[in-house]
Design a protein around this ligand. Structure first.
Ligand code: FA5
Length: 340
């Protein structure tokens, strides 16, 4: 029995997993195990020795079973410990930085302008880029032979269809289908044969139109001054008389130069002011073309989005908007600290 105990002690030390432990258990206390074999030998012994022998075997059996239980708990603990070590999370690792896309500066400017006008009660409408000559020119009081057509070099699709040269045809489209009052802004792409550092053959405009009863030039001034100061901050705004065939009277609007704060610089041609949009009271001929009653009048305005974006973000070449240079576009991502 002593040698069996020694054998067990040395074997149990080297066991490292549950399967080997199971085998060890069965080879000592299993049905055909060494201890079970002793019980069988007991039969041939006299009664007195039998009791003593039985007690010793039971002691040894109890000892082995205890040791096996302990070893089993040891193995469990070891397995758990190893799993914990393997699944260890290193919280000192810096977090992975999520990559956010960037909103194109033109889109961003359109959204910002739309938001301002929506906050003033304007709807947003969209017109097509391929347009009838009738809506782009004729119904806006620019007949075929009108010299004002030279102001905008046009891409024609055929005699009657063209790529719109401004967003003003949306005025006609909405008014001919909607009874007054109307109040909307309409952003979109427009096309002209024009190209230099501040002009592009495709660019974006936002049109604005408000028609109701008793609308005055002072309403136009109030809305546009409010809008310009919401967009650019507290800048001086001035109205200059101008000419558009579809408005009368017409004006161009200047803001104090963003670059030199009105002192005079190369960007503002040393005038201290920058022209930002065209506007006026809708011409009676236009209102008559869409069959609005004489009791209705209103104002319209149109602005170049690229111009607004260039001034707001200090961009000096319009081509940057359309080259898709990722280094330029990334500067408008959320991560660059700019929000919509
Ligand atoms: C018009 O297009 C008028 N439809 C605006 C208007 C609407 C006036 C309603 C009155 C009432 P104009 O041709 O000036 O106006 O163009 C408006 C703006 O578009 C300009 O101030 C300028 O900022 C921008 N723009 C004109 N041509 C280009 C171009 N090739 N590239 C980029 N921006 C341009």
């Amino acid at each position: 029995m002593n040698s069996i105990k020694k054998e067990f002690d040395s074997l149990v030390k080297s066991v490292e997993d549950k399967e080997s432990l199971k085998q060890l258990k069965s080879s000592f206390v299993g049905k055909k195990g060494k201890i079970t074999h002793f019980f069988k030998q007991m039969n041939g012994l006299p009664d007195v020795s039998k009791r003593e022998f039985g007690r010793k075997i039971n002691e040894l059996k109890g000892y082995i079973e205890d040791e096996i239980r302990k070893k089993s708990q040891e193995i469990d603990k070891f397995v758990k410990q190893r799993a914990l070590e393997q699944e260890l999370i290193d919280i000192s690792l810096p977090a992975r930085i999520n990559k956010f896309g960037a909103v194109h500066p033109i889109t961003k400017t359109i959204i910002e302008i739309e938001n301002i006008f929506q906050s003033l009660g304007f709807n947003v409408e969209i017109g097509p880029e391929i347009e009838y000559d009738k809506y782009n020119f004729e119904m806006l009081n620019i007949p075929k032979e009108h010299p004002a057509r030279d102001m905008q070099d046009t891409f024609y699709v055929n005699d009657n269809v063209l790529l719109r040269t401004h967003t003003s045809p949306t005025q006609i489209r909405i008014m001919k289908d909607t009874p007054p009052p109307v109040m909307f802004v309409s952003p979109g792409k427009v096309y002209r044969r024009d190209s230099d550092i501040t002009h592009s053959p495709m660019f974006h405009q936002i049109e604005g139109l408000l028609i109701d009863k008793n609308i005055r030039f002072s309403d136009l001034k109030g809305v546009l001054i409010q809008f310009l100061q919401m967009f650019f901050g507290d800048v001086p705004v001035r109205f200059r008389p101008s000419y558009f065939p579809f408005t009368e009277p017409s004006a161009e609007v200047d803001i104090g130069c963003i670059m030199c704060k009105g002192k005079g610089c190369r960007v503002c041609s040393h005038t201290g002011f920058l022209e930002v949009l065209g506007c006026g009271m809708v011409h009676p001929n236009v209102l008559a073309n869409v069959e609005y009653g004489k009791e209705y009048n209103g104002f319209a305005f149109g602005l170049g989005i690229e111009r607004f974006a260039m001034l707001k973000y200090g961009i000096d070449n319009i081509k940057l908007f359309f080259e898709n240079d990722i280094r330029f576009l990334n500067q408008f991502s959320y991560m660059a600290g700019k929000t919509l």
